[in-house]
Design a binder for this molecule. Structure first.
Ligand code: PMT
Length: 400
């Protein structure tokens, strides 16, 4: 992949995986990128600035000032210069500081000044990775728009075996290059995305819902926005911030409300991705007052079928519009997904199975098989939902 003319800041923090950053740097340089290395004081314990400056053909920045000349290194200029800021390895400490606004070294001040896309490839010991504080900080960074390139499982420097090994440089390179190589190809296009669950009220305080967090749908909206598209994001009840970009968010609660918003906006769109986990059934009536448990030992809820939003859009679809659905399965995956694609008149369907660990509801990762009505099948490995989203957008709307 070509990165000619792209500016990348490679931030290296102090972990044993810093040796892999040398290879990552070489991959960026070989692809034509200009790379500025910023290393934390601890990072220099693991890899020497001489190696890094020879390969990047630029002096490595570590301190706020160059000691002998007193020259000040402007983190603001660096932040504006960078098309991408890649922190690899990102230690637990650096992740914690990035998540909590602590700017006590040049890598961190540069991060806080960066306007381009930020990637972090964590590397740490198994228990540090699993620690609630680390996971909390990673969730904050994801919400801030940082793409976390998940570590791999394997043998760690401590001798323990588990998740924490920094992802291989080739893979980090692919993720960053894919993000930089698709600049705004969808400018002038508008897409509808449904995301999250729907809630179907039983009474004023209770509902029928499901475990969808909205993460997959929001990642799709973000990826479309990053590719330059205008997005109408019809969202069920979730606790996620609206992704940055040209994204108009319409909050709905029930399947019927979601359908009304989709029917209104789909005609002006070039396509739609139905990622929401829509409740298939809703209570036939919603009690006006809270149902009191003291009065009833047993209650029977009568449920009625909800409208099928994607099938409705499939019936409305005009030539030139692309309709994409998801299939969330627990068994007979392929057969069910193909059946849904046909019945709902979809052009593509992304199959995810709850039998795959790390896929489906609430996780930060997903594993999909992308099927096209034309008969194409692409199986992707487990990846972050951001990566899945970017690859789907690339495959369906950009490279077709
Ligand atoms: O939100 P996350 O926690 O990140 O989880 C992501 C996800 C698991 C919700 C997502 O990846 C996913 O699989 N979404 C679709 C879930 C679903 O409802 O699947 P389904 O197989 O029941 O539905 C098939 C398709 O029909 C989907 O595109 C769905 O949006 C659509 N549908 C279903 C029922 C209905 N009444 N109207 C619909 O439009």
């Amino acid at each position: 992949m070509e990165l000619k003319g792209k500016h990348i800041v490679l931030g290296i923090s102090g972990g044993i995986a810093a040796y892999k950053s040398v290879h990552l740097l070489r991959l960026f340089v070989k692809a034509g990128a200009e790379v500025q290395v910023v290393i934390t004081p601890n990072g220099k314990e693991f890899i020497t600035p001489v190696t890094l400056s020879s390969l990047s053909r630029r002096p490595v920045i570590s301190e706020f000032f160059t000691a002998n000349t007193g020259e000040w290194h402007s983190h603001v200029d660096l932040g504006l210069w960078a098309d991408a800021f890649v922190v690899a390895p990102a230690t637990a400490s650096t992740i914690g500081k990035m998540a909590n606004g602590i700017a006590d070294n040049m890598l961190l001040t540069s991060y806080f000044s960066t306007r381009g896309k930020v990637f972090a490839a964590p590397a740490m010991d198994l228990d540090m990775w699993l620690h609630r504080a680390t996971q909390r900080n990673l969730a904050t960074l994801r919400a801030d728009g940082v793409e976390i390139i998940e570590p791999e499982a394997g043998e760690l420097a401590s001798g323990l075996v588990g998740k924490g090994r920094m992802e291989e440089p080739e893979r980090i390179f692919e993720v960053v290059a894919a993000a930089l190589a698709s600049p705004r190809q969808l400018k002038g296009r508008r897409y509808l995305v449904t995301a999250g669950p729907t809630y179907e009220n039983i009474d004023p305080v209770r509902f029928i819902g499901n475990y969808s967090s909205g993460k997959m749908g929001y990642a799709l909206a973000r990826a479309l926005g990053e590719a330059g598209a205008e997005v109408v994001l019809v969202s069920g009840p979730v606790s996620l911030p609206t992704p940055e970009g040209d994204i108009r968010r319409i909050d709905v609660t029930s399947a019927r409300e979601m359908l009304a918003a989709c029917e209104m906006h789909f005609p002006e769109c070039d396509g739609a991705i139905c990622c929401a986990a829509v409740a298939d059934y809703a209570p036939a009536v919603c009690a006006e007052k809270k149902v009191k448990r003291e009065k009833l030992d047993r209650i029977t809820l009568e449920l009625v079928k909800n409208p099928d939003i994607s099938a409705t859009l499939g019936a409305m679809k005009k030539p030139g519009q692309t309709l994409v659905g998801f299939a969330l399965e627990t068994d007979s995956e392929m057969e069910n997904a193909l059946g849904k694609m046909k019945r709902k008149n979809l052009d593509w369907i992304a199959l995810n199975s709850l039998r795959d660990k790390g896929a489906g509801f609430r996780t930060d990762t997903n594993k999909i098989t992308l099927l096209s009505a034309g008969g194409g099948t692409t199986e992707y490995p487990l990846m972050s939902k951001e990566e899945v989203a970017r690859l789907m957008i690339e495959e369906i709307f950009i490279s077709k």
